[in-house]
Write a protein that binds this ligand. Sequence first.
Ligand code: SF4
Length: 279
Amino acid sequence: MKCFDCPRNCGVDRNQNLGFCRESDKIRIAKIIPNFMWEEPCLTGNKGALAIFFSGCNLRCKFCQNYQISHIGKGEEYSPQEFKDLLSTYNLSNFSCIDLITPTHFSSLLFQALKDFNSPIPIVWNSSGYEKVETIKKVSSFVDIFLIDFKYYDNQLAQHLSCANDYFEYASTCIKEISILKPNKFDNNLMQQGMIIRHLVLPENYKDSIKILDYIKTNVNDPVIALMSQFTPTKESPIKERLKPLEFKIVLSHAKKIELNKGYFQDLSSSSTEFIPKF
Ligand code: SF4
């Protein structure tokens, strides 16, 4: 079957050829980390997530902090049934949630695997935001929480760093739709349903971050945000400098000024390779 799972619309039969994401018609997992504590505290609680890192990516940002798995690609392949069976080997009550990390390019396969999977814990769709609203609607039948990036307002910047000159249209439409589909629900400070919008402030692009915050304020009900300063220049990144303290301070004060204050706000000490998981 030809693949139109994401806005790249490659139309390739992934059994025969590879599209932009360079993944076949099997679900490929780079790594599983049980009791993963690197997500927002309302997701990890004190048990941690069952974190499943998928190989490849449909966005493939040039500055990706997980370059080894998003660009180089490695891992074990599973059919949808094998993936479902794999999940059943874990005692899920030992985790706060199932964290599907970079799942968009496997959305049809994951839908087959999980559409009638009865999970006792929330399932998190942890994605780049470059996806179709039809995909969001489809996976929302088994996904409880969307942990979604909102990377760029300016499509020229999106083109330069992620070869996606329509990023804003896709991400903003998905984010609006999720806020309607999945209103936030918490139980004992743990999110059970809803959306967290992540934004990484990029060096020399704080004005783009301000536009993103303004968009969220105007278009999303009850927004929970995660504003991140952890950008770390990697060997492959076209951006070589680090975020300046003043740049992040300006973005933080803007969030405060427009009363976007529900969520998580890093400090500049987070800008370190220590915040990049090792694979
Ligand atoms: S999921 Fe991969 S193959 Fe399918 S349209 Fe997107 S980039 Fe292309």
